[in-house]
Design a binder for this molecule. Structure first.
Ligand SMILES: Cc1cc2nc3c(=O)[nH]c(=O)nc-3n(C[C@H](O)[C@H](O)[C@H](O)COP(=O)(O)OP(=O)(O)OC[C@H]3O[C@@H](n4cnc5c(N)ncnc54)[C@H](O)[C@@H]3O)c2cc1C
Length: 402
């Protein structure tokens, strides 16, 4: 390992590998290192289908080594702190790495412990979550063992990755129960900290209809605060007309999307947005360049681009970041000019064989890729997400070819 690199990429996930591949495709002589502790890489969108029992969990994980570009160096260590005035990263093992340019894309932190009782009972007592490799399979186990009763699905009010994932598994579960003739004996409730189902009005309306079709009860501005695994009870803080009350709800199964934030080592660093409890990396939302340090860029879940934390957003952000970083590197100026338009996408599974592809921007304006009504559920989109996307991810996106 050297002590200095031209470009240091912190995080070798969806964003880090895409950027490394695209940079090297444009200029193979760049001196790039990827700082990434994990020897496994996950295709996280696959976990929704794993939880629904229609995708093999083993197809969502591969060796990280297989995706590090030949021309880049993999430093298998973690970032623990930043000294941006000295262009330095301090690693978990205590090493100091210097860089000319840095790309920060260390993903999001799952704050399980913010829900009282959740870490102790997750993966047992009917408490499941598609938000990690270790627990996604248990979602389907809960669903398979469910013979009617109360099924709860939760979403926090905070920004999370793939903001529609808590609903996707709920519609799959409802369809599963419908097919097994159990829907009428089941009470499904969505407790969400948000005021609606999705921030785009046209899609929100379509989702309200879909939830109605399954007889799903909706409880808005409802934050999960505690789970009592042994007695199978969940406690919610429900806000109505400016006042908040706690409600204890019994359940037979509960799918939890935990609160999320930037990883602590980012939150506590000079790179984070000031006075933001979630601590995202403080970048210009269009150029993806840091607002204080012009040789630092960021993208993906950890960046302060707002409610756009998806792989689909990474796909649009990566080429923008690469163009801007190369322009700054080449011209030795501090100005980045190519702009990210705030695109993000939520492929919402609404049943087995049906999917609503919601694509939109910062302003909640629909941005459909296909000339089709984006508020309609389609079998073709289900095929796209189930078969085409995993192939594209492993073979093109992570290689910087798409
Ligand atoms: C259940 C679920 C469903 C989803 N569905 C979709 C979907 O349908 N469509 C979609 O577009 N997106 C979806 N997503 C979101 C998508 O997976 C993420 O938005 C995407 O992976 C973000 O890429 P990233 O590189 O920012 O983060 P990640 O891919 O999570 O990568 C972050 C990397 O940083 C590394 N890291 C962590 N700590 C450190 C450290 N200290 N130092 C260095 N490296 C570190 C991690 O090991 C990891 O490799 C889904 C996610 C989940 C969980």
């Amino acid at each position: 390992m050297k002590s200095h690199y031209q470009i240091l990429i912190v995080g070798g996930g969806n964003a880090g590998l895409s950027v490394a591949g695209q940079l090297l495709n444009r200029n193979p002589s760049l001196d790039i290192a990827i700082l990434e502790p994990s020897d496994r890489h996950y295709y996280q969108p696959g976990w929704t289908l794993v939880g629904g029992g229609t995708f093999d969990i083993n197809n969502t994980v591969r060796a990280e080594a297989d995706f590090i570009p030949d021309q880049a160096e993999w430093i298998q260590d973690s970032a623990a702190g930043f000294k941006p005035d000295n262009n330095m990263v301090i690693t978990g093992s205590g090493k100091e790495i210097l860089y000319d340019f840095m790309v920060v894309c260390a993903g999001i932190q799952l704050d399980w412990s913010l829900i009282k009782g959740l870490p102790e009972t997750l993966g047992r007592n009917g408490v499941c979550s598609n938000y990690s490799f270790d627990t996604a399979s248990y979602t389907y186990e809960c669903l398979r063992n469910f013979k009617g009763g109360k099924a709860l699905f939760t979403q926090p009010s905070s920004l999370i990755k793939c903001g529609a994932a808590p609903q996707k598994i709920m519609y799959l579960a409802a369809d599963n129960l419908r097919k097994r003739g159990l829907l009428r004996d089941s009470e499904i409730t969505f407790y969400t900290g948000k005021p609606g189902l999705l921030r785009v009005p046209e899609i929100n309306r379509a989702l309200l209809d879909i939830a109605g079709r399954y007889g799903i009860h909706l409880s808005f501005r409802s934050e999960l605060v505690e789970i009592r695994g042994e007695s199978k009870e969940a406690v919610f803080a429900i806000t109505k007309d400016e006042s908040t009350e706690q409600k204890t709800v019994p359940y037979d199964m509960i799918h939890v999307a935990p609160p999320m934030s930037a990883p602590d080592f980012i939150k506590d660093s000079p790179l984070a947005l000031k006075d933001d409890p979630q601590g995202w990396v403080d970048i210009d939302g269009e150029t993806l360049q840091h607002n204080q340090f012009s040789n630092i860029f960021s993208l993906g879940d950890v960046a302060s681009t707002g409610d756009t934390k998806t792989g689909a957003a990474v796909h649009k952000q990566a080429p923008v970041l690469v163009s801007n970083l190369l322009a700054v590197l080449k011209n030795k100026t501090s100005s980045a000019v190519t702009k990210y338009d705030g695109y993000t996408a939520c492929p919402i599974t609404t049943g087995y064989g049906s999917l609503l592809l919601a694509e939109f921007d910062h302003n909640n304006t629909l941005m459909p890729t296909f000339p089709l009504d984006p508020t309609k559920e389609r079998y073709s989109m289900w095929l796209l997400i189930k078969y085409a996307m995993p192939w594209l991810y492993w073979n093109r996106i992570l290689r910087g070819k798409s």
